[in-house]
Design a binder for this molecule. Structure first.
Ligand code: F6R
Length: 244
């Protein structure tokens, strides 16, 4: 539990930088699972600062984003492709071919093969060294909405109404929010060697209590993380307020 989101984000960025340096020193790429949304923005800003100051290189970093709306064009303001370019990729020396985000424009019949290939790419690289997560007010991780099973695979998911309401500000109205998204499955998240979930603000306090102190249940997919061997929840005081 940190004083605020800025302090928390600096600590997480330091951890990510450490993983990149350690893997690169061993002659290997660092394989990172990334999230979008408001929560990780300060972590990305801090990583950009480290790069600009010459402390960190992304030359040997490979990334896989958790999710993307379906259907959405990559240059749409709300697309996660655009988000990642604006918040991180355009500002560091990462190679475009090393950045993976689920494609939001594929025809339906190609999605299943695409999702299998997405997971296979991660497995071929030896798995994710690090997965950063936010949490939805309904307990979703990635877009694994309530009801998602612990062994769920990367797939097309129908978005929960809470998720669509929370995204309606970005899209201008609820009707304009896509009804579906492609998400990395819970299994791929649980298979990551290290998972760090960030939550900031009092609107996350209730779900953080359920995720950490409640029972492990498909009704709160983040609660599955209680069974991960190397997970950390990074909170500010507001989101931690209801923990006993
Ligand atoms: C985004 C993602 C989502 C968000 C979650 C919280 O890639 O996978 O699970 O992390 O909806 O969103 P924010 O951070 O905007 O509160």
């Amino acid at each position: 539990i940190f004083k605020d989101a800025t302090e928390a984000s600096k600590a997480v960025a330091q951890e990510i930088a450490g993983i990149i340096r350690r893997k690169n020193a061993a002659g290997k790429p660092a394989v990172l699972g990334l999230a979008t949304g408001s929560t990780p923005k300060k972590v990305y800003a801090e990583l950009i600062r480290m790069y600009q100051e010459g402390d960190l290189s992304f030359e040997n970093v490979i990334t896989f984003n958790l999710d993307e709306y379906y259907h959405i064009e990559p240059d749409a303001v709300q697309s996660y492709h655009r988000f990642m370019k604006e918040q991180l990729f355009d500002h560091v020396n990462i190679l475009p071919e090393n950045c993976h985000i689920p494609t939001g424009t594929l025809p339906l019949e190609k999605l299943s093969a695409f999702c299998q290939h997405y997971e296979a790419m991660i497995e071929e690289l030896g798995g994710l060294d690090f997965q950063i997560l936010g949490i939805g007010r309904n307990g979703h991780i990635g877009f694994n909405e309530p009801g998602s099973l612990i062994n769920s695979r990367t797939r097309l998911m129908t978005l929960d109404i809470t998720t669509r309401i929370d995204a309606s500000g970005d899209f201008g109205s609820l009707a304009k929010v896509p009804r579906r998204a492609i998400t990395m499955g819970v299994k791929a998240i649980m298979d990551a060697k290290r998972v760090v979930l960030l939550a900031f603000g009092e609107h996350k306090a209730e779900i953080i209590k359920k995720a950490i102190e409640g029972s492990v249940t498909e009704a709160v997919p983040a609660s599955y993380l209680q069974g991960h061997v190397n997970v950390k929840f990074v909170l500010d005081e507001a989101s931690a307020a209801e923990l006993t």
